[in-house]
Design a protein around this ligand. Structure first.
Ligand code: FES
Ligand code: FES
Length: 166
């Protein structure tokens, strides 16, 4: 099969690229666009380390071909902070509440939580746990991740304009 031309928006920037039809979105983001925030933890769609936001949905980018993202709008962890570098409430929450240890799951976890808080701005603890069920963390036991997301939800309720770069 011949290579395909795709155009998409990644973290607010227009991107045009030529990709092999078999290239996975995670490899396109990491290897071609050099966005190495989304991680590869399993390649079998279990861990969620590769989570990105695609047209308003959390997607495991190891389960999507780059060609399927043609025309899409994608946000990765690199696009979560404000353009001036001010951390998003979720990033601040993970820092303040010690929501990470090794950090390997964190980009995917924050990107998932970013969409979760738009789906449900005031989630209960159970809803947070259900909402991040597709994202595995080997280090934290999840307790502080839940606290970090609660911290961010409270912050965003005070200043909703910080909610999204959408
Ligand atoms: S690398 Fe995609 S789910 Fe694990
Ligand atoms: S902080 Fe290590 S895997 Fe989550």
């Amino acid at each position: 099969m011949t290579d395909a031309e795709i155009t998409l928006t990644v973290n607010g920037k227009a991107v045009e690229a030529t990709v092999a039809p078999r290239m996975l979105l995670i490899h396109f983001l990491r290897d071609q666009l050099r966005l190495t925030g989304p991680h590869i933890g399993c390649d079998t769609s279990h861990c969620g380390a590769c989570t990105v936001d695609l047209d308003g949905k959390s997607v495991k980018s190891c389960t999507v071909f780059a060609v399927q993202a043609d025309g899409a709008e994608i946000t990765t962890i690199e696009g979560i902070a404000a353009p001036d570098g001010t951390l998003h409430a979720l990033q601040e929450g993970f820092r303040e509440m010690h929501g990470l240890q090794c950090g390997f799951c964190t980009p995917g976890m924050i990107t998932r939580a970013y969409r979760l808080l738009q789906e449900n701005p005031d989630p209960s603890e159970d809803e947070i746990r259900a909402g991040i069920a597709g994202n595995l963390c080997r280090c934290t036991g999840y307790q502080n991740i839940v606290k970090a997301i609660q911290h961010a939800a409270a912050k965003l309720a005070e200043a909703p304009s910080q909610e999204a770069a959408e």
